[in-house]
Design a protein around this ligand. Sequence first.
Ligand SMILES: [Zn+2]
Length: 349
Amino acid sequence: MKSLKKGVLTLSLAGALALSAVPMNSTVVEAVGNGPGYGGNETINTSILTTYSEMADFLKKQDAKQANMELEVIGQSVKGRDLYVAKYMTNPENPTILFLTQQHGNEQLTTEGALEFIKHLGTGKMKGVTDNVNILVVPMLNADGAMGDVDFSLDDYVASGDRNLTRYNAVGVDLNRDHVDKIQPETKALHDNVMSKYDIDYMIDLHHQGVNSERDGELVSGSILYPTTPNADPDVVEGSKKLGAVVFNAVDSTGWGHLGKYRGGDAETISRNGIAVEYGISTLLFEMRGMSDHEYEPYVLGQKSNGYLIKQTITTLESTVRAIADGSIDTQDISFWDTLAFQQTRETE
Ligand SMILES: [Zn+2]
């Protein structure tokens, strides 16, 4: 089994190549939304993605290396994989943000970004940030689905490589519909040992959506949404909109990022709604463009966009912890939400 270091290097290289391919002097900005989907006969090889074991090794190494990081096991998946939270809790009085990735196992680049973010927290790049904000990262909540270690067939899935990745956990349940009942061990672990245990102010739940969504005629690099259930406290929703403002300003202004408003439902079985209501946490859903694997081709994105999408995750995580640490989140202008258009599905031939 190759080391994580190699995996991360491969991805970083892919990112660097993707970035260097941007024609700097051209009027055509090759935004992440323009990367080809699987439909362009792209290679989708899952062996470039970090495996669960590589992730676990990486987290343990960072834990040993970083003085203010603490790694904790919050429970086990259906198939017995340890689930982790990486904690940076310098001062209990600080505001706290939680980043959650890969409730859906086939939405992996958010985890790749979160691991890079953890690495950055241990370097001079993010020096001092954790003095003023507490950070919790729960990466790859659906570890079994991410590894394709499930009790149903993935024969129809389009990716090649070491494994197939699926949305569902090992027994075929969508974890992001289990936030009220909390029946699955993964959701139970999250609620018992993270949500109930810490005084969390903000959460970003990171996902991937299909490939063909657009806003204002351009394919999006992602979409965002705050809690939409009528049961969420208005102050909580306002906090969510401010969190969204930080993300929108950081990502949409980059030239490669282009965000739409996600059209999401009111069900509280979904974390964006349920966690906002149950714990009074300001939540933001962030759906990045394209999945790592799926049986339905228009959901799967060619890996040429991987570098951008990992960068989009890192940008999101770093900009929000900085805005919370320096208090600038409190003065965010949330009026952009009133004009931000819902993304639409592009008609394909
Ligand atoms: Zn998802």
